[in-house]
Design a protein around this ligand. Structure first.
Ligand code: G6Q
Length: 539
């Protein structure tokens, strides 16, 4: 049955009529304890969702929709390894990567947990050797720089987490991340480095991704040029599912860390793709990181909907998206260490739920995944928050903060946090014409200084940024995305849009490289652009 024809959907549509007359301020007036009633907590994450345009009835109807679409059964199906990724006929089992030792999770009749633990142990041994200096470069130097070469899911996860957990990292080893095929990325990175002290991790699930392979070849040439061919063995390792390509590249498969086709790129930071992170923070903290994910997994699997953080975030997001008409979601972490979190969630959410056909291939007649964007507070306050407060668009926001600073200095943390609290308050309650009049505001300025309020936000407050809490936070969003994908009936685990880009670029490259003028058979715009590029690059 089409989603919008379901009785649960119709009830929500009818309910919208009632809700559209109510302001967030009215909801708080009706229930003075709303700020404690509409909250939930698990795995150290406290979610206050009270500043949304929802009532208890809205939630009840949303939970009814989730039940009708068998969310509970779909969660079990994911955790038990059913092939939910139907277009690639794959299980979706990133949750197995963080299952405790001794768990049993089967794919095609094989328990995958022992293999996962075996890779983790190899990663731990390697990280430990590198951190202690037992692993040496070709000329006997300790490795001081690790360059992760990967893109998309093979870059964003470790990059985000290295930045986020820098406080816990071994400062004698610096990590670098090269992803863009623009030669500037690798050139500027290598410029600073001493090849004798540098190790490259080529991170690619397929080991055929154009950008990653181009960067890896350039890095290899640089190393060979400076230290010699024999240095490759001790300065290059691979993370991949494709042993044949790894060995063709010239990396000994003894120095390859594997993972499996049931780990999607954007869900892979807990796999060997997290090797660079483990090098930075060590095995113990990496395992704490996995434990944070696992705590959220357990919560997602077993909690009632009204206590279930990912389900609450997912369903409220759906209400904002499909019923209130919001097109985007802003992710606003009040923590500099989470600088890359909006970009990470952009991939997680937009690649997963940026789909317009259902799992069975029918075109959807409703909105699916939102545009995800944002940057850390308070910087954004001095840039784009103006539009969130007073623009014509409805932009629901997730505000994320930690009660304890990892770098306490003077008043900084209280200043930061006062902004965190003030923003959600202002967005919800605004500032009325009457208030401005009472303050004696110049009447001409009143329309300009009025804030309508009634702008929805979630507040996520965590005691402290740790490997555990970061893991739980990422898993929270993974499962939020899953929840929404289930309701929309789409496959959140394929990415045919990415595959198209991979094919198209490789067709044009020979036309750019060809010495003779190539015969171009594109449209007139693409042909003209290619010709102009060929002329200009020669001058
Ligand atoms: C993620 C996507 C995509 C992928 C990159 C890199 O879910 O599939 O971002 O991670 O295209 O792919 P490789 O790891 O195969 O190089």
């Amino acid at each position: 049955m089409n989603l919008t024809q379901r009785p649960e959907w119709t009830s929500l549509k009818n309910h919208l009529e009632t809700m559209s007359h109510l302001q967030i301020a009215d909801l708080f007036e009706a229930d003075p304890d709303r700020g404690t009633n509409l909250t939930a907590e698990s795995a150290g994450i406290y979610l206050d969702y009270s500043k949304n345009r929802i009532s208890v009835e809205t939630l009840k109807l949303l939970f009814g929709l989730a039940d009708a679409l068998e969310l509970r059964q779909k969660i079990s199906a994911m955790f038990s390894g059913e092939p939910l990724n139907n277009t690639e006929n794959r299980s979706v089992l990133h949750t197995a990567l963080r299952a405790p030792v001794g768990s049993e999770i089967f794919v095609d009749g094989v328990n995958v947990v022992p293999a996962i633990q075996a890779v983790l142990e190899r990663m731990a041994k390697f990280s430990d050797d590198l951190r202690s200096g037992r692993w040496k470069g070709a000329t006997g130097s300790k490795i001081a720089h690790v360059v992760n070469i990967g893109i998309g899911g093979s870059d964003l996860g470790p990059h985000l987490c290295y930045d986020a957990l820098r406080h816990y990292s071994d400062r004698s080893i610096t990590l670098h991340f090269v992803s863009n095929v623009d030669g500037t990325d690798i050139t500027e990175t290598l410029r600073e480095l001493n090849p004798e002290e540098t190790l490259f991790i080529v991170a690619s699930k397929t080991f055929t991704t154009q950008e990653t392979m181009a960067n890896a070849r350039t890095a290899r040439d640089w190393l060979v040029d400076k230290v010699g061919e024999s240095a490759v063995a001790s300065h290059f390792v691979a993370v991949s599912t494709n042993a044949a390509e790894v060995s063709r590249f010239g990396i000994d498969t003894a120095n390859m860390f594997g993972f499996w086709d049931w780990v999607g790129g954007r869900y892979s930071v807990d796999s060997a793709i997290g090797l660079s992170l483990m090098i930075a923070i060590g095995e113990k903290l990496f395992r704490d990181f996995l434990a944070g994910f696992h705590a959220m997994d357990r919560h997602f699997q077993s909690s009632r909907w009204d206590q279930n953080l990912p389900v609450l975030l997912g369903l409220i997001g759906l209400w904002n998206n499909n019923f209130l008409g919001a097109e985007s979601v802003a992710i606003l972490p009040y923590d500099q260490y989470l600088n890359l979190f909006p970009a990470y969630l952009q991939q997680l959410d937009m690649e997963s739920n940026g789909k317009s056909v259902t799992k069975s291939g029918e075109r959807v007649s409703y909105q699916t995944g939102p545009i995800v964007w944002g940057q850390p507070g308070t910087n954004g306050q001095h840039a784009f928050y103006q539009l969130i407060h007073q623009g014509t668009k409805l932009i629901p926001c997730d505000f994320i903060a930690f009660s304890q600073s990892l770098n306490p200095c003077g008043l900084h943390h209280d200043l930061l946090m006062s902004n965190f609290f003030a923003q959600t308050e202002a967005l919800a309650f605004g500032k009325s014409h009457e208030e401005l009049q009472l303050e004696g505001c110049n009447p001409e300025l009143i329309p300009h200084r009025t804030f309508t309020g009634n702008r929805p936000t979630n507040s996520i407050l965590i005691e402290k940024l740790t490997p555990f809490s970061l893991g739980a936070l990422i898993a929270l969003y993974e499962h939020k995305v899953f929840t929404q994908g289930v309701i929309w009936g789409i496959n959140s685990f394929d990415q045919w849009g990415v595959e198209l880009g991979k094919v198209l670029a490789s067709r044009i490259t020979p036309e750019l490289e060809s010495i003779n003028e190539p015969e171009l058979k594109h449209d007139s715009s693409t042909n003209t652009l290619i010709k102009r590029y060929r002329q200009q690059k020669q001058t």
